[in-house]
Design a protein around this ligand. Sequence first.
Ligand code: NAD
Ligand code: GLY
Length: 354
Amino acid sequence: MEALKVSLGERSYPIYIESGAMVNSSFFVPHIQGKKVVVVTNTTLKPLFEDKISQALDGYDVDIFCIEDGEAYKTLASYEKIMSHLLEHNYGRDVTLVALGGGVIGDITGFVAATYQRGVDFIQVPTTLLSQVDSSVGGKTAVNHPLGKNMIGAFYQPKAVVIDIDTMNSLPAKEFAAGMSEVIKYGILGDKPFFEYIEQNQQAIKTKQPDVMTYIIQRCCQNKADIVAQDEKEAGLRALLNLGHTFGHAIEAEMGYGVWLHGEAVAAGMVQAAELAATRAWLTAEEVEQIKALIASFDLPIAGPEQMSCADYIKHMKKDKKVQADTIRFVLPKTLGRAILVKDVTESELQQIL
Ligand code: NAD
Ligand code: GLY
């Protein structure tokens, strides 16, 4: 298959998607300038993928560095550990970092790459469905701060994204479902034919049929690449990728990060956005049901936590990165397959649906 491309002038890069991509050295070699490669991964993934990545990087001086597994480790402390390792081993600006893992590893490694000696090259090798269809593409890098998620970071693009669909085989079911939430998101926000494709191919997706998985990952990456090429720094269009996230982030924050997976919170958030859109007669009741049915079919939640009040949501929404001049901005489906950014949602509208 031909690689997809994120078109950003001199910073353009390919996205390779196929079974066995992680062992294909031709996807790595053109994007590594020096001889030294540091693979950043976690303690769970190292035993699963060490041999494969080492095979692809044969001939390079490869050093595999692990941080602990989990969102709780997407911190400045882990960032500092990686930085210290690079400095202690005297890596220069010709080092290439490889982010081998899900969104946590991708985001933190990308932020290290953006800032180590003012910037070194990095390659994304995403291993969760969520990171394959979303976080590895587009150059958002970050760590969390106790006062907010992803609050410290940079826009910094990788040199390549290498997606091996075989990684799905070891992915826990809950993580696969969380990834499907972001897959469905692309359909609702801008690609109705894709939404329908997912509806029609549910069984093949659930059994991870390789050609279907390759196709859905390609389609999501193409959608994301098109958006990022037009609006890299989220001046407008890119914000649409946050469909369901204003509600979802509030759920994650209220419940405590990690209690609800990001994709699960986004799933409930997309239903809430759809319900809000329906109160404005932008979606029909049938379309809201269609969205709920598809989300539920992947064992994802279609409502927020029972104990969360409207005030709980609003408290967290006011801290959202999309808040501008004290206005909470929502991404809502104007129709099924086309979302828009909305700045005039009232508290009473929120009360109706929450
Ligand atoms: P994650 O990175 O925590 O991975 C989830 C779990 O799956 C981890 O325990 C991981 O070790 C394990 N895992 C990963 N791949 C595996 C595999 N192939 N087999 C077995 N286990 C595997 O979570 P995630 O959902 O990939 O990413 C979530 C993070 O991504 C959040 O921090 C979120 O903020 C970030 N994110 C960033 C962007 C962006 O644009 N940069 C977009 C969306 C989300
Ligand atoms: N995940 C949203 C974005 O990349 O903009």
